[in-house]
Design a protein around this ligand. Structure first.
Ligand code: KG4
Ligand code: ZN
Length: 396
């Protein structure tokens, strides 16, 4: 089965094309095309993602990325006669009422090319920024309508999980199979800090029965990184910036004169709270005044350590309580080496737990992870006509 996937939930536009086939105990996946456009630099001046700018950029970038993906997959073939009727084109025009420029691009292209050998369109329909999600959903609807193929609506967080679960054979060949159960997923990104329990994996390639056992009560962990980075005068996205300074503090053997709180580290639940950490950094900055570079490095290290301690404590607690056999980490923050190493250490303390983590390039948002999620969920399809974006879509 050939799947074209679309991701537009936040500030990355991604389109991938994969070919999937059932294998011994799961799915084999070949990546035929993988395209990505990051808007991070554009949002940097706002210190975070600016929704209407994100929406506009997705509308601008989807068309060219789509063309690039078809070209990469060797699926771009000019048609001698138009393959999409004028009637269908006028329906597409209605779909893109709010993104007329996208209609002009896509309509022109679809009228000129042969229908590629693609069987379904997988699209992120939530969670995320709703105006941004809608651009991807409408794009998916247009392709599905023009080519008469189904839509596979995908949950962005399941995409992050799938990015961790795939085993990489080489750059373009992957397999995905059921983890040992019960599994626990720690999903850490700009919008999420979730602990998800997975008790059942139905038929070897379609997993479900998620239970969210804990999550953040205020800021998400990525937000905590981004907001403290901003207080330190570092650019958006702040996570990699904090990580870089923290690493320098360790390499230079700097003293650790500052202590920040580990919010909720001892509470008997699986919940998180990170807004207090941001407030503590703000208070600290007020007492210091203008920090030196050395002080910035020291604070960055303490921020990273505080966040890591809390994530580790709650994850360990869940592992013990539920007899976890697989730990699946995902989301942009899972690119953080200190957090990865700390979780790796936890897993090593147990004889029989497997850690699934995404390769660093698959940690942050991308189109491929949505295709991987689709490969795990091959039975989930709709005609897509009634599909709506849902900014608050949950896993359970
Ligand atoms: O999953 P993602 O790309 O987008 C969302 O779905 O939110 O995650 C983005 C978040 C940002 O908050 C960014 O600062 C954080 O992931 N991030 C990191 C690192 N790389 C990205 N946080 C800490 N350390 C990193 N190395
Ligand atoms: Zn994400």
């Amino acid at each position: 089965m050939r799947i074209l996937s679309i991701e537009t939930s936040c500030d990355e536009t991604g389109i991938a094309i994969v070919e999937t086939s059932p294998s011994e105990n799961g799915m084999s996946i070949t990546v035929l095309a993988d395209t990505l456009n990051s808007q991070a630099l554009l949002h940097a001046e706002y210190g975070g993602v600016y929704p209407s700018l994100a929406k506009r950029e997705h509308a601008k970038n989807l068309g060219p990325l789509f063309l690039e993906a078809l070209t990469q997959a060797d699926m771009f073939e000019k048609a001698s006669t138009p393959e999409v009727s004028t009637e269908t084109l006028s329906e597409l025009k209605d779909l893109f009422e709010r993104e007329p420029e996208l209609f002009v691009y896509l309509g022109t292209l679809l009228a000129q090319i042969q229908k590629p050998a693609i069987d379904a369109i997988a699209v992120t329909y939530g969670p995320g920024l709703e105006p941004a999600l809608w651009v991807g959903v409408n794009f998916a609807k247009a392709l599905a309508r023009a080519w008469g193929i189904p839509i596979m609506p995908m949950n962005h967080m399941e995409g992050h999980m799938a990015a961790a679960l795939v085993q990489e054979k080489d750059e373009t060949h992957f397999t995905i199979s059921a983890p040992q159960l019960p599994a626990l997923s720690l999903l850490i990104s700009g919008g999420h800090t979730d602990l998800i329990l997975i008790k059942e994996w139905t038929d070897g390639n379609h997993f479900h029965d998620y239970e969210r056992i804990g999550g953040t009560r205020d800021d998400a962990v990525g937000e905590a990184f981004d907001k403290t980075a901003r207080l330190l005068g570092l650019p958006y996205p702040g996570g990699p910036e904090i990580a870089k300074l923290a690493q320098e503090a360790r390499e230079e053997g700097l003293a650790q004169p500052f202590t920040l709180p580990r919010p909720m580290v001892k509470t008997e639940d699986y919940d998180f709270s990170f807004s207090g950490l941001k407030t503590a950094v703000r208070t600290l900055m007020q007492t210091i005044g203008e920090p030196t570079l050395e002080q910035k490095k020291q604070i960055a290290r303490e921020v990273e350590d505080a966040i890591t301690d809390v994530l580790v404590a709650k994850t360990r607690r869940a592992i013990d309580a539920y007899g976890i056999k697989s730990l699946i980490i995902g989301g942009g923050v899972s690119a953080n080496n200190t957090i990865r190493d700390a979780l790796e250490k936890v897993v090593h303390e147990y004889a029989d737990i497997h850690l699934y983590k995404p390769s660093p390039t698959l940690s942050t948002d991308n189109g491929r992870m949505i295709a991987f999620a689709a490969a795990m969920n091959q039975s989930v399809t709709t005609t897509g006509v009634e599909l709506s974006a849902n900014g608050n879509l949950s896993l359970d």
